[in-house]
Design a protein around this ligand. Structure first.
Ligand SMILES: O=C(O)CCC(=O)C(=O)O
Length: 315
C-alpha cells in the first residue's frame, strides 16, 4: 500500500471544532462503544484520522454467498448490462434501489456489525441514502477520483453527514479493482479534478469485510485487471437532516416497505429527524406503514426533550 500525494488541507482545528459542536448538540445520547465485539472507539479514531476504516471478516459467509446469488439473480431476471457512462463504468453492472429487490438486501443496512458504527458517526437518526451494487467486470478501468458529498454546497472540511459502507461480496484486491482511497483527504478544503493523478491506497479486504468512508473522502473504483468480477454492495448512509440520494419512499413499493423490519423503515425515511423533519400532517410517517407507536413531534416535547431523538409515543 502506498501513501502520499497529500491533498490541500485546511486547518484541521476547524474540523475538530465543528465536530465538537455536533457532540454538544447530541447531549443525552447513549454512547455506543461496542458492536459485535468490534472496538468502535478504536475504529472511530482510525476513521477520524484517515477518513476510512475497514472492518475485516464481520459478515457471515452464508450471507455473503446469499447476496452474491441474489445479485446474479436480479441481474439475470432484469436482463441488466453494463452502465453507459464513464463514471458508472462501461464494464460495470450497477443495480440501484436494491431494497426493492428482495428481503436478502433488507439485512444489509441494519446489520449488527455495521449499523452501530454508522450510528456513531452520523447519529442514531441517520438514514439510508442508497443501496446499490457495483460489480466491476474484467477490463473495467479506474474511475475518476471524487468525493461522495462533492455536490453538497457546504464549505469543506465539515463533519461527516454522509458515510459510505461498502460490503465486499468478493475479495477486494488491488488487481480486481479494490476501491482507491486518498487517506486524510476528508480534511481537504477542495475537491479532486476528475483527471487528477494522485497516489492512493487500495482498500484491500477479504470477502465478508466492510469498508466505511467519510462522504468527503477522495476515492474511486479501481481498475479490474483480473479475470474475475469484483462484487460489492455500497450501502450509503446520510444524516437525518439531508436528502437521501435514492428516493426510497417512491422507489420502494409501499406494500414492500410495510414488510420491512421497523428499523429499516425508519432508516428509509419513514421517521422524523429530531421530531420535526419528515413529518406528515403533524405525525411520524411510520404510522403510514401501520405502526402505531410513532415518536412524539417537537411540538409535543418539552424544551429539555428537544434533542432527544426518539422521545417515544405521544401520551
Ligand atoms: O466501486 C468502487 O470501489 C467505488 C465506486 C464509487 O465510489 C462510486 O461509484 O461512487
Amino acid at each position: 500500500m502506498k501513501r502520499g500525494g497529500r491533498p490541500p488541507l485546511l486547518a484541521i482545528a476547524f474540523c475538530r471544532t465543528a465536530w465538537k459542536g455536533r457532540k454538544t448538540q447530541n447531549k443525552g445520547r447513549k454512547a455506543v462503544t461496542k458492536g459485535r465485539g468490534i472496538d468502535l472507539e478504536a475504529k472511530f479514531a482510525d476513521f477520524e484520522r484517515d477518513g476510512y476504516v475497514i472492518f475485516e471478516n464481520v459478515i457471515e459467509p452464508e450471507l455473503v454467498s446469499e447476496i452474491r446469488e441474489e445479485l446474479l439473480r436480479v441481474e439475470r431476471d432484469n436482463n441488466m448490462g453494463f452502465r453507459d457512462t464513464d463514471f458508472e463504468g462501461k464494464q460495470t453492472v450497477r443495480i440501484y434501489n436494491l431494497l426493492a429487490h428482495g428481503p436478502t438486501f433488507w439485512k444489509i443496512p441494519i446489520h449488527e456489525a455495521t449499523l452501530p458504527f454508522a450510528e456513531k458517526v452520523l447519529d442514531e437518526e441517520l438514514q439510508v441514502s442508497s443501496v446499490s451494487s457495483i460489480t466491476l467486470c474484467p477490463g473495467q478501468g479506474a474511475q475518476p477520483l471524487h468525493a461522495d458529498d462533492q455536490l453538497i454546497p457546504v464549505p469543506k472540511p465539515h463533519q461527516p453527514f454522509t458515510l459510505n459502507c461498502v460490503w465486499a461480496i468478493s475479495d477486494f484486491t488491488e488487481e480486481n479493482g479494490a476501491t482507491r482511497l486518498v487517506p486524510g483527504s476528508h480534511k481537504a478544503s477542495g475537491m479532486p479534478d476528475y483527471d487528477m493523478e494522485m497516489d492512493t491506497v487500495a482498500g484491500e479486504m477479504p470477502a465478508g469485510s466492510v469498508l466505511f468512508w467519510h462522504g468527503s473522502l477522495w476515492h474511486a473504483g479501481g481498475n479490474n485487471r483480473s479475470k474475475e468480477r469484483r462484487f460489492c454492495v455500497a450501502n450509503y448512509y446520510c444524516a437525518g437532516f439531508i436528502r437521501q440520494q435514492e428516493n426510497q419512499q417512491l422507489g420502494i413499493p409501499l406494500e414492500e416497505a410495510r414488510k420491512f423490519p421497523r428499523r429499516l423503515q425508519e432508516l428509509c425515511g419513514y421517521s422524523v429527524y429530531r421530531g420535526l423533519y419528515g413529518h406528515v400532517d403533524n405525525a411520524d410517517p411510520i404510522g403510514m406503514l401501520g405502526r402505531e407507536d410513532g415518536s412524539r413531534l417537537i411540538w409535543q416535547r418539552s424544551y429539555d426533550e428537544m434533542y432527544e431523538d426518539k422521545a417515544g409515543p405521544a401520551e
